[in-house]
Design a binder for this molecule. Structure first.
Ligand SMILES: Nc1ncnc2c1ncn2[C@@H]1O[C@H](COP(=O)(O)OP(=O)(O)O)[C@@H](O)[C@H]1O
Ligand SMILES: [Mg+2]
Length: 526
């Protein structure tokens, strides 16, 4: 319950107003039960005016109560909107400070699932449940008080039976937690599979495997369905038991009322009110128990911690004075050695090519130099700073890496280049013109499906434009001219090599004599 309350404490005014209205709504519900006794009595006495009066009163009370309920639901939606925004911002905030290797420890669908499924779960089992619980508790209190108003023994019976009812679900708390986790896992697993299968659509299609595509989705869907059925079976059993006890308790209160009527303690009409109030007591009690369970399950989900151990630095140091050096650098993927004792010095402002057949570790080397892979032996220095000891944000300020598959967002071209960072428009236009992006698109064009309708070369040009617009001192590119025609590729290489202050390290498969002549040095991997 604590996490939900701390979430709500950031919305004090709205929460207080809603609480007040819930209180009035509860009063209304109980008052509508209380009018049943005089209504029944007037009916027994065949007093027409009296019956009409109490009928109208009941209708009026219900009208007011329902209207307040409506206002409440809108207020709740507003609160949930604000809290949900806050939750998602918190998750993003936490993520925004972790390093890329740390980020990659978790599959990206898992993060998407935090933002969707988990937030929905918190909305339903945390926030919705909290307000329902509040309504249950206040209604319950008013109903028990009203029973006491007829006869103390009715209230006493309700309290004793209520306490008995409440002890039962405690035996099932483990099952309920397990089932909540089952549902979350099933949802997130389906999301991951669906994303994977849909993402591979063109692979299935190009192999004439439309059937397999459909079949895989159907299997994934049914796996999720199976888990949901299990969830419903188990949670349903617990609820069935609770309902059984609940109905029995209501019957006992009704029986006691009958005895009191026979004993002459009050009029027959009270049977209607008492029955209705007993229903209110035990239904709200059941709701209350369910609400407490729901809210307990939320703590499980809120415990996921996205924040990094490393505090966000206030200043990003983008200085680069002398050289980027690797010294006796080695790296293994598991058991497999990929980088074997490499030493090299990349001077500031120099232009370098990393050469080698495919699979010789070129991409691995630049991933190491840009901090995307860690756990190497030997050293990598930017000036006199060892990479391992640099905060990720500092490294990111100094080194820009354009890899072979740059991620393209479904946003405008401009947004893809600047990532929302403000950029002088003439600089931006220059880059766009220089890379020839203006020949196939404009800055305001929206990109769809992560750029799959652009050619590989066009996507790489966008990625390069992004890299250049951030103007970091060291630019590392991984075969970015691979998908581009020879003439454009040469033009891009020429342009990169002409940037006087920029330190350029490029992996290239195909080194033209013209490019070779402009290089400061080459590093050949074998
Ligand atoms: N994430 C990884 N896990 C395990 N092995 C990998 C991984 N990435 C690359 N490798 C292996 O490391 C070797 C070097 O890969 P890579 O650096 O991509 O080579 P290059 O860029 O020179 O083609 C290859 O044999 C490749 O199979
Ligand atoms: Mg490679």
């Amino acid at each position: 319950m604590k996490p939900t309350i701390s979430l709500l404490s950031r919305q004090k005014a709205l929460t207080l107003l809603t609480t007040l209205l819930i209180l009035i709504e509860s009063l209304g519900k109980v008052a509508s039960s209380l009018t049943l006794a005089p209504l029944t009595d007037q009916l027994i006495n065949k007093n027409f005016n009296g019956v009409v009066f109490w009928l109208l009163s009941t209708i009026t009370i219900w009208g007011v109560t329902l209207t307040i309920g409506y206002v409440n639901s809108v207020l709740k939606a507003q609160i949930i909107r604000k809290v949900t925004n806050q939750l998602r911002t918190d998750i993003a905030d936490g993520l925004s400070t972790v390093s890329i290797p740390e980020y990659k420890k978790v599959n990206h669908n898992e993060y998407v699932s935090w933002l969707t499924n988990d937030v929905n779960m918190i909305e339903q089992n945390g926030l919705d449940a909290f307000f329902s619980l509040l309504g249950n508790v206040t209604t319950l209190l008013f109903a028990v008080t009203s029973l006491a108003f007829y006869h103390y023994s009715l209230a006493l019976a309700a309290i004793i039976l209520g306490l008995l009812t409440m002890t039962i679900p405690q035996f099932f708390s483990k099952i309920m937690t397990r089932e909540t986790n089952r549902l979350a896992t099933a949802n997130s697993s389906f999301l991951g599979k669906a994303d994977d299968i849909i993402g591979g659509f063109s692979v299935f299609f190009s192999h004439n495997l439309g059937n397999a595509f459909t079949h895989k989705l159907a299997v994934a869907s049914d796996q999720q369905g199976k888990e949901k059925v299990l969830y419903t079976k188990n949670v349903g059993l617990v609820n069935l038991l609770i309902s059984g006890v609940n109905v029995t308790a209501q019957m006992l209160v009704l029986a006691l009322t009958c005895l009191l009527v026979v004993g002459g303690y009050f009029t027959v009409g009270v049977i209607s009110s008492s029955g209705s109030l007993a229903g209110t007591v035990f239904n709200n009690l059941a709701g209350m128990i369910q609400g407490i369970f729901q809210m307990k399950s939320v703590t499980v989900l809120l415990h996921k911690d996205t924040s990094s151990k490393e505090p966000a630095p206030s200043l990003e140091d983008d200085s680069f004075k002398n050289a980027l050096t690797v010294d006796h650098l080695s790296f293994n993927y598991g058991e497999k050695p990929v980088i074997k004792d490499i030493s090299y010095r990349f001077e500031k402002g120099g232009k370098y090519a990393i050469l080698g057949k495919s699979g010789t570790g070129k991409s691995t080397l630049i991933n190491l130099m840009s901090g995307r892979l860690t756990n190497y032996s030997g050293s990598i220095h930017v000036d006199d700073l060892e990479l391992n000891s640099l905060p990720a944000s500092t490294l990111n300020a100094k080194i820009e890496l354009v890899d072979q598959k740059s991620y393209i967002f479904n946003e405008s071209v401009q947004e893809n280049i600047t990532l929302g960072k403000s950029n002088a428009s003439n600089t931006l236009n220059k880059i766009v013109e220089f890379l020839g992006i203006n020949t196939f698109t404009s800055l305001s064009t929206n990109i769809h499906e992560h750029g799959s309708n652009l050619s590989g070369g066009q996507r790489q040009k966008l990625a390069l434009a992004r890299a250049l617009s951030f103007r970091k001192p060291i630019l590392i590119v991984d075969e970015v001219t691979a998908g581009i025609d020879d003439e454009s590729a040469q033009a891009i290489e020429d342009a990169l090599l002409a940037e006087k202050d920029l330190t350029v390290i490029m992996i290239t498969h195909h080194l033209t004599p013209k490019t070779k002549a402009q290089l400061t040095g080459t590093l050949e991997l074998a």
